[in-house]
Design a protein around this ligand. Structure first.
Ligand SMILES: [Ca+2]
Ligand SMILES: [Ca+2]
Ligand SMILES: [Ca+2]
Length: 139
């Protein structure tokens, strides 16, 4: 009886963890399969973390996808709502009204550094999960 009760408590705890703030447990990853799949897709060396290079590669691919007129820059309409007007203006360093890939990736790098809360140079699944602004520029 005790073991059954303990098991139920354990299940309840696991359930809480899955919807809580901790990602990276097997249960959490399974509960967020869609999110985990995109993390895995970006993690090209499969080391369980995202390096700046991996994130920039994914962001560069999205840039090309969003650049529907293929002129090598993104206008606000091509970006849709991925950047606020303010963030767009700040990113558009040469003030020509569109973002070059360099300008775009500079924003990605800033957001990557902001998301890397433990400053180890990579994003863990949990760090990535909370990096909402960064994720909008990646997928
Ligand atoms: Ca990696
Ligand atoms: Ca364009
Ligand atoms: Ca980190």
């Amino acid at each position: 009886m005790i073991s059954r009760r303990t098991a139920m408590t354990y299940v309840a705890m696991i359930g809480t963890a899955a919807i809580g703030t901790l990602l990276g447990t097997t249960v959490g990853v399974q509960a967020k399969a869609g999110r985990a799949a995109s993390f895995a897709a970006i993690d090209s060396d499969h080391d369980g973390t995202l390096s700046l290079d991996e994130v920039k590669k994914a962001a560069g691919d999205l840039f090309d996808e969003l650049d529907t007129d293929h002129d090598g820059t993104l206008t606000r309409s091509e970006l849709r709502r991925r950047l606020s007007a303010r963030a767009f203006a700040a990113a558009d360093t040469d003030k020509d009204g569109s973002l070059s890939k360099d300008e775009y990736l500079a924003v990605v790098e800033q957001l990557f550094k902001a998301a890397d809360v433990d400053h180890d140079g990579t994003l863990s699944p949990a760090e990535f999960r909370f990096a909402l602004a960064l994720r909008r520029l990646i997928h």
